[in-house]
Structures are given as structure tokens and as C-alpha cells.
Design a protein around this ligand. Structure first.
Ligand code: NAD
Length: 471
């Protein structure tokens, strides 16, 4: 540390300005704490810079691309029109950059001191910041919130290179490869497969488990598989990747299929999307004495407090559920606990809303049917297909369904699993009802506007009660 390092004392130091960290900083400042936040690369985190936001722009362009090519006849559009991926790339960057500016604006507005550099703990009450411009700071804090996120996992045998990469290189690329092999059919793999296929790339998805999105309800995996195959995507489940390498002429992947045969694929690009690991290195965690679990995540209690009482951890680094909105909710909770304000509980993380923005989308919360039958036993299940929904026909997207699961004894919602147009927008009614313990008998009295996709929920509520109206 240079001798002329700035010295600063704050109530709360936040390490990492992703959706968890920057929201925690704002909430702490609102509650009267003095706050400093340190970010070394991505203001707004992976989410705003190279994740949630730019990918949603790419996915929107992918939908438009599919509309003007595959569905041109349906909508009376001229044949042979192709959407430009360059335009999608440029708009994704400008939207991301606009949102990043928004984060700086919010920090300033809330009187939060921003440090652009690498923060590192030197004890459980001090940290240093080293900035690329050569400036440095020593910060003393009463409380710290660790929001350092995660890094991509890789597989043995897979050598990352120019044509074998994680998602960041693909998000930032100005072009799409002619052919793409995606390793891993989690949310990242599925979203990128959807974008690339909609723009005309030849896409193959290799998934180790026996179905895509293996964490979701089995009906979701089956229905989405059908829809993605229609988009022209080749899906191989039960695929064990042995190796992936750059070669002078492209990329080369070797995998073993479920029959034990070794298959070799030559492709233009390989996207490795086999999950994230909490980031534990590079910021002096050892100097704090904060405990790490066997699973390699920072251990936290229900209030997000680590083993060191004045240090909290939120978001991907806790490996509870690596989603931006979960990190935000954790950030608010941690800030409120620190400021001794009244707060919420995170509850069961499985009840958090989840969404995959493929075409069609996937949205869910709570228990899958198998989990509900295992854990509760006596459950009610009702499904309603979008092919029986008027608005879905008007939009021209009738694939998919809503499937609801309720506890037969309490008659409250335990889970929802949906595939279809914009189904992520249907989640809040369901999570609110589940959170408040609203019964099926009350839910069926909630009138939904006609025609809307949400009427499918109304039908499924009636289905749970044993009397569907339109199916
Ligand atoms: P993931 O862990 O969700 O999925 C990885 C997939 O790779 C799994 O299906 C797994 O079975 C498969 N896999 C693992 N090893 C494999 C192997 N050897 N060969 C083939 N397949 C293999 O990870 P992700 O999709 O990389 O996403 C990372 C994190 O980011 C997750 O926590 C995810 O929830 C989050 N994320 C969420 C969204 C969203 O909610 N829309 C979008 C992007 C990322």
C-alpha cells in the first residue's frame, strides 16, 4: 500500500457492486449508515454487464429474428428478411452501458462512496483498495458485506481458448458462429442455444443428465425439448464430455453418449456452461477468519451473517441460489440487519421465482411435482395448456403450459412450472399467493382480464379445485 493512501472509516463496506452489493449499499445508506462500495470490474455486476440484461436484449432480437424468418408467412412479412446480429450486439451493449450509468447515479444519489479497484481485507475491520490509476485507500469498517459473486466452472479435459469459452466471450462477440456446441443445459446453455439457433446457427446442446434443465419439473424439460428441437437445436442428453479443444480450423469436442459410444464433433465454437463456483480468492478472505463450507461457499446464517459477526455475505458467493433477484433480496436483508431495522426472512430458497428466457420461456417457483410428492405426499396437480388460451393464439405462440402444485391438506400453492410466451411475468401472482398462504378456494375468486395469458392460471386454479372451466 502506498504511503499516501487515503484513509476512510465507514459503517458499512460493501465488496462487489453486483445486484446484491449495490442494492445492499443503497439500503444501508437509506437507513443512515455511511457506506463505501468497491468494485474492480463490473458496476452492476455480471448481471448488468455481461449477464441478465445484455442477454435479454439478445433474446429479444432472437425473437424478432425468428418472427421475420420462420414466422414471416404467418405474419405476412416479406420472405427472405434476416435480422442483423450486429444490431443485436450493438443494442445489447448500449442497453447494458445505460444501466451501468444508472448504478453510478444511484450510488451518488445515496451518498455512497465508490471505489473502482480491487478491495482486499487485511483484518475483520479493515480493507485496502488498489485502483488501476495507482491510487489506494485504507478503509476501516464496522460491518462488511461480501458480495463478490462467482466464477465459471470448467470441466476436466476442456481447455478454454479462442473458440472454447464461457458465456462472457459469447455475450461480447459481434458475430455468432455458424455452428455452436453448448456444454450444459442449465439456464445459460439453454438461453444461448435459443439465441444462436434463432439467428440461424447450427446448435448442439450436450447435457450430462438425462434431461435439459434438470433442476426443473420433468414436464418442463420434456416440453421445452420439443420446442427447442423445432427451433432446429440438436439436444443430446446423457452426454459425458471427455474433451473440448481449439484446433487451427475450429473447435473439437469429444463426448461419450448414453450408449457408451465415443462421438467426435467439429464445430465453430464451444460454449462451456456447466455452472458457477463461489469466488473466494483474490480479496483477502483469509485475513477475516470468515468460515467456508465444504461446498466451497461462504457459510451464512439465516440473516446472512458469516462466522465473523460483523461480516455478512450475500449473492452467488453464498451458493444459496445464484440468481440476481435472490442476491438483491439478501442484500436488503443484510443491510437491514446491520442497521437494526425491521426486516424479512429469506425463507426456503426453493420458493424464490426462477426464469429461463429461452423461446418459449420457462418460469417456476417452489417444489417440482416429484419433490412435492416426496415431501408432502398428498398433493393436487393441475395443468392448463396455452393451446387452449385465446391470447396465446392471438400472439401466435401456443406452445407450453402452466402446471400448479398444491398441498391437498392446506390447499395452498407449493409450486408452479410454466413453459410459454412471457411466462416469467405470471410468477408474482403465484409467489405472492404462496407466500401469503392464500388457499385455492380464494385464488379461484380472483378474476383475470380477458384475453390474457394469465387466464391460464385462473383455469389451473379451478383445476386444483376440481372444476376447470375451459378445458
Ligand atoms: P447450471 O448449474 O444451472 O447448469 C449447468 C448444467 O450443466 C446442468 O444441467 C448440468 O447437469 C450440466 N453439466 C454439468 N456437468 C456437465 C458435463 N460434464 N457435461 C455436460 N453437462 C454438464 O449452470 P449455468 O447454466 O452455467 O448457470 C450458472 C448459474 O447462473 C446458475 O446458478 C444459474 O441459475 C444462473 N443463471 C440463471 C439464469 C436465469 O435465471 N435465467 C441465466 C443465466 C444464469
Amino acid at each position: 500500500m502506498t504511503e499516501n493512501a487515503e484513509e476512510l472509516a465507514v459503517n458499512v463496506l460493501v465488496l462487489g457492486a453486483g445486484p446484491g452489493g449495490y442494492v445492499a449499499a443503497i439500503r444501508a445508506a437509506q437507513l443512515g449508515q455511511t457506506v463505501a462500495i468497491v468494485e474492480r470490474e463490473y458496476w452492476g455486476g455480471v448481471c448488468l454487464n455481461v449477464g441478465c440484461i445484455p442477454t435479454k436484449v439478445l433474446l429479444r432480437h432472437a425473437e424478432v429474428a425468428a418472427l421475420v424468418s420462420r414466422h414471416a408467412k404467418t405474419f405476412g412479412l416479406p420472405e427472405g428478411v434476416t435480422a442483423s446480429f450486429q444490431a443485436a450486439h450493438e443494442r445489447s451493449r448500449s442497453v447494458a452501458e445505460g444501466r451501468i450509468k444508472g448504478v453510478h447515479y444511484l450510488m451518488k444519489k445515496n451518498g455512497i462512496r465508490q471505489f473502482a479497484g480491487t478491495g482486499a481485507f487485511t483484518s475483520e475491520t479493515t480493507a485496502t483498495v488498489t485502483s488501476p490509476d495507482g491510487s489506494a485507500a485504507v478503509i476501516t469498517f464496522d460491518h462488511a458485506i461480501i458480495a463478490t459473486g462467482s466464477e465459471i466452472r470448467n470441466l476436466p479435459g476442456v481447455t478454454l481458448g479462442e473458440r472454447v469459452t464461457g458465456y462472457i466471450e459469447v455475450v461480447l462477440s459481434e458475430t455468432l458462429p455458424e455452428s455452436l456446441v453448448v456444454i450444459g443445459a442449465g439456464p445459460i446453455g439453454i438461453e444461448f442455444a435459443s439465441v444462436a439457433a434463432s439467428f440461424g446457427s447450427q446448435v448442439t446442446v450436450l447435457e450430462y443428465q438425462d434431461r435439459i434443465l434438470p433442476a426443473e419439473d420433468a414436464d418442463v424439460s420434456a416440453d421445452l425439448t420439443k420446442a427447442l428441437k423445432k427451433l432446429g437445436i440438436t439436444i443430446v442428453t446423457g452426454a459425458r464430455v471427455v474433451s473440448a479443444n481449439d484446433t487451427p480450423s475450429g473447435a473439437h469436442v469429444v463426448y461419450e453418449n448414453s450408449a457408451g459410444e465415443t462421438i467426435e464433433v467439429a464445430t465453430h465454437h464451444v460454449l462451456v456452461a456447466v455452472g458457477f463456483s463461489p469466488r473466494l480468492d483474490g480479496y483477502g478472505l483469509d485475513a477475516t477468519g470468515v468460515g467456508v463450507s465444504d461446498r466451497g461457499a461462504i457459510d451464512v446464517d439465516a440473516q446472512l451473517r458469516t462466522s465473523v459477526p460483523n461480516i455478512f455475505a450475500i449473492g452467488d458467493v453464498t451458493a444459496k441460489l445464484s440468481l440476481a433477484h435472490v442476491a438483491e433480496a439478501q442484500g436488503i436483508l443484510a443491510a437491514e440487519v446491520i442497521a437494526a431495522a425491521s426486516t424479512r426472512h429469506m425463507g426456503d430458497y426453493r420458493d424464490m421465482p426462477r426464469a429461463v428466457y429461452s423461446s418459449p420461456q420457462v418460469a417456476s417457483f417452489g417444489l417440482t411435482e416429484v419433490q412435492a410428492r416426496d415431501e408432502i405426499g398428498d398433493v393436487l396437480v393441475a395443468s392448463f395448456p396455452f393451446v387452449a388460451n385465446g391470447k396465446a393464439h392471438a400472439v401466435g405462440e401456443t406452445a407450453g403450459f402452466v402446471k400448479l402444485i398444491a398441498n391437498a391438506t392446506t390447499r395452498t400453492l407449493m409450486g408452479a412450472h410454466m413453459v410459454g410466451p412471457d411466462v416469467s411475468e405470471l410468477l408474482p401472482e403465484l409467489t405472492l399467493a404462496a407466500g401469503q398462504g392464500t388457499t385455492i378456494d380464494d385464488l379461484i375468486t380472483n378474476v383475470h382480464a380477458h384475453p390474457t395469458l394469465s387466464e391460464s392460471l385462473q383455469e389451473a386454479f379451478h383445476g386444483l379445485a376440481g372444476h376447470m372451466i375451459n378445458f
